[in-house]
Write a protein that binds this ligand. Sequence first.
Ligand code: NAP
Length: 244
Amino acid sequence: MNKTALITGATRGIGKQIAITLAEKGYNIAVNYRTENEDLKIVEQEIRKKNVEFMAVKGDVSIFEDTEKFVKEVIEKFGKIDVLVNNAGITKDTLIMRMKKEDFENVINVNLTGTFNVTKNVIPYMMKERSGRIINISSVVGIAGNAGQTNYSASKAGIIGFTKSLAKEVASRNILVNAVAPGFIETAMTNVLKDNIKEEIAKTIPLKRMGSPTDVANVVKFLASEEASYITGQVINVDGGMLM
Ligand code: NAP
């Protein structure tokens, strides 16, 4: 029986590439999405080409009842979830002087509470199987901080604390929990920046380029694999050397 992976926010960007990369490794794939659009159809087509089973489950990760419902749907179809990737995330960048309370709360609710919501619903099934991998997508700004991102960096730092605590709680059940902290990756999230700003940032990165969603997906693939079976509670930076 093929292993199964659930990836949140996987209609585009990093999540989409993680879904495709795990499909290439033979995982049956459940893609969580919030907005139904052309992107979802494209992911489905790409994954079906890999000859694995595919399902799409709708739901906003910040709404507990949504996550309860879509995790159940995945279990009903696939029977188990071997790998959970908490990828869904948003930014609402601005300096604290201008940041509204809602800007802070929305980002925490999606990025951090969303990670809790999905994990809370998946963990009983992994406990039963006495195996599982949870990979949380954090960010280098959760480690280093970044002006204009108090909300986002707090959510991503929170994910690191969540990852380490959960790793300690569930290690005895052979459930491994790790975080990946991407640096500056080319997706819709960073496309809001003007080209000259992106070039300036790239110059400060030792590898002198932005990362690609594939750079991140390859590390997630490794953390999901047998080869990573002695790694838990870690944060792996995928950032071209931005943070050392
Ligand atoms: P992206 O292109 O904006 O994609 C984000 C995805 O998350 C979209 O599919 C979006 O769906 C989904 N999403 C947002 N809110 C959601 C919610 N409440 N419930 C379910 N799905 C939701 O971003 P990305 O760059 O691929 O980022 C993916 C992850 O990597 C995020 O956690 C991000 O913080 C992290 N990251 C990115 C970078 C970077 O440089 N790009 C760096 C560090 C960390 P909709 O279409 O519905 O909005």
